[in-house]
Design a protein around this ligand. Sequence first.
Ligand code: SF4
Length: 442
Amino acid sequence: MDLKRFFIQTFGCQMNVYDSERIAQVLTARNYRPVDDPARADLILVNTCSVREKPEEKAYSALGRFRALKRKKPGLLIGVAGCVAQQEGEGLLARLPFLDFVLGTKELRKIPEILDNLERTAGRACAIALDGRIDPYRELPLFPAPSGPSAFVSIMQGCDNFCSFCLVPFVRGREVSRRSRDIREEIGALSEKGVKEVTLLGQNVNSYGLRTPGELDFVGLLESIEKIPGMKRIRFTTSHPKDLSPGLIGAFGRLSKLCEHIHLPLQSGSNRILGLMNRGYTKEEYLERVERLRTACPEISITTDLIVGFPGEEEKEFQETLEMVERIQFEEMFSFRYSDRPRTRALTFGPKIPEDSKQRRLAELQALQRGITQRRYKAWEGREAEILVEGPSKAGGGEKTGRTRGNHIVNFPGASVAAGSLVRVRIQMALAHSLRGELLTD
Ligand code: SF4
């Protein structure tokens, strides 16, 4: 069989990165090989994100560039996967005549069938079924080809929470947990290939297993992964504050491989806005969970997501968000201006906040967080930390980069240190979003 080449461009979250890796494994099993240059590819796949407007626009402009390549190379196959594919379905084929296939978020297992058909008949294909609680990874071949000492593993897909601003339940479907034995098998295979750190992915990881009779719950899953030989660190994202159980809080500090970091989206500091968002907790409940996390594990680093300018957000409600940020002292924050998304309930809410007000609120929030991050990073100066070395730092010059258990990036001189090593460093200097350290010999 002739060797063919593929190129995948991925937008959006870690789940899309993971899905692209699984698709790459399917293609590799079919005698395709990855290339870095789309001009050399026989198949191009754009794995898209529609959670916000910007990545969606970027995906369309990438497709425009690939269309130009197809004019020069008519046999080139171009497909779209991910959330935009799920959202637009057949409409994408109608709108983009150069597209060959559309692959929905729960239809990854259909890719061999789609390729068979395309190679035989040159007909166009669209697979976007979202019904039922199907594990989209169950029938995929497993040939992990990790690109470094850290890897992602999806443990669940979809979400049943229906936050009023969020498209995920519509484009990823209802919540489905993978079988714990499949997850362990995949992590075991990654460990055999030298992976030292796994990040468990899901839209709402801490409700893992709750809707699957006879399956482990999330803490049970963490305990079972803790026993996998060779795997040194476990992380997970994203957790929902309303499902943060006492058992999971207690797992920090109890499970030695579970890293001291949790990403816990707050979204707003106002109870009225949290209610409109359908988040299922109050700011007081969120604060109480943060306190319990810090009591169970004083070292824990807490990061968050916040949205400014949700429809109807008043100035005093935005001030409440600032107060929560000041009070909690997050390590890092991902903050966004609210934008209307199709099919979500918030689309119908008003009044919409003018863009210039959203921009001002975002700038104020980010300035506050910058100061907090700086102080928290500064507190690391002079301390020692364990680093998992990921590889050469972007700065070059023999510098290496890695992460602490709390997920801080650390760069340090260490020409002879191999990726995948666990080393100890002393932190010398805090920068805006990273630390500089020196290697300790023992
Ligand atoms: S919990 Fe809310 S924000 Fe997160 S994926 Fe589900 S619906 Fe979206």
